[in-house]
Design a protein around this ligand. Structure first.
Ligand SMILES: NC(=O)c1ccc[n+]([C@@H]2O[C@H](COP(=O)([O-])OP(=O)(O)OC[C@H]3O[C@@H](n4cnc5c(N)ncnc54)[C@H](OP(=O)(O)O)[C@@H]3O)[C@@H](O)[C@H]2O)c1
Length: 320
């Protein structure tokens, strides 16, 4: 059976997810249907999702080994440089849809297989390593701000836990959209970097100079009370993750008295991805890249993400 190099979950380890990661040979990806194609991966980026997978969240042991990675830029069979949209229709998943690395092998490999309709052209001016940051984290942040948060009706935005991939995307996008942006981080060094992106950086829980119209929540239990307290009347609190815990204490009185909307979201549509790609290409907006690792050091890239020290995206260059 032909094989390729890949980074994959070889077991589940909730306590030590890095110990569950193996870098080695895996079978070439197969096509689930006639409209699938194989893409040669040029660049990928890591997401917190990859750590969740190694911890067994959304990835049961009976699906192992599983190649990790949701994001990729690559070359299609016709030689075109493409960005891979990571969600696929999946009759085996109760949601009817799954993200690469949940059922179908992921992008942290020499090649990945997806339906041809999941491929979008790489816009001129965007590098493969920059565009590889967009399909999950930036797509999610885009939909949180636009479709869900209705940021066009907003003056001020709060982003919690601003060092993360989704959070830095939300800061950069909201600043580029001309909004007043506040962002919290536990780390003084990250707060300096947030300020350099054009946002007002705050310690977690700090009182804001004004209430905001949109809150971007990916932290969860540690910040949700502050999100509620910082929301202006009629504000939208958009939730796409809960890195610090799924069960915050919620003051319901604040929700109805302030007429707040709490909106859940996951990823976005292919059209959303096309929009965020075009926005970045046309407006000269570029993702915040924490670090770029050659594929030979992919385990170090995972350790970097796991350290909690990241500011922006951890990228893997598959060409070096
Ligand atoms: N639903 C979806 O479609 C979707 C898509 C993408 C991501 N997500 C989810 O969104 C979350 C963020 O993803 P990501 O890839 O951006 O992760 P990430 O890069 O690992 O970011 C995590 C950030 O959360 C903050 N944080 C972590 N623990 C915290 C705590 N105890 N208190 C306060 N802040 C804390 C940190 O910010 P500071 O260090 O700056 O404080 C950290 O930089 C994850 O849970 C992920 O699963 C969901």
């Amino acid at each position: 059976m032909p094989t390729m190099r890949a980074a994959f979950a070889s077991r589940i380890d909730d306590a030590d997810p890095l110990a569950a990661l193996t870098v080695g040979e895996q079978p070439e990806p197969t096509h689930w249907a006639d409209d699938w194609v194989t893409v040669r991966v040029l660049a990928s980026s890591l997401n917190h999702h990859d750590l969740w997978s190694l911890r067994g969240v959304g990835l049961p042991a009976d699906r192992l080994p599983m190649i990790l990675g949701c994001d990729a830029v690559g070359v299609d069979p016709d030689g075109n440089e493409v960005v891979v949209y990571p969600l696929i229709a999946d009759p085996g998943d109760p949601r009817g849809i799954s993200i690469l690395s949940e059922h179908a092998p992921g992008t942290l490999a020499e090649r990945v297989a997806v339906p041809r309709s999941n491929l979008l052209p790489l816009p001129a001016g965007l590098s493969a390593t920059d565009a590889a940051c967009l399909p999950t984290a930036w797509l999610t942040a885009w939909r949180m701000l636009t479709t869900k948060g209705r940021v066009d009706e907003a003056d001020a935005v709060l982003v919690q836990g601003a060092g993360g991939g989704v959070a830095t995307a939300a800061v950069v996008l909201a600043v580029a959209m001309g909004k007043r942006v506040y962002a919290t981080s536990r780390d003084a060094g990250k707060r300096d970097r947030i300020a350099a992106l054009g946002a007002t950086a705050l310690e977690p829980g700090a009182r804001l100079p004004e209430r905001v119209d949109v809150v971007i929540e990916t932290v969860g239990a540690a910040t949700f009370d502050h999100s509620l307290k910082s929301a202006a009347p009629l504000a939208r609190i958009v939730v796409s993750g809960a890195t610090a815990g799924f069960e915050p204490k919620v003051n319901l009185r604040r929700i109805f008295a302030m007429q707040l909307e709490i909106l859940g979201t996951s990823m976005g549509t292919p059209d959303d991805l096309a929009q965020v790609l075009a926005f970045c290409a046309e407006r000269g907006v570029r993702p915040v890249v924490d670090s770029v690792y050659p594929f030979s050091r992919v385990a170090d890239a995972f350790a970097r993400l796991h350290s909690g020290q990241v500011f922006g995206k951890v990228v893997v260059d598959h060409t070096s």
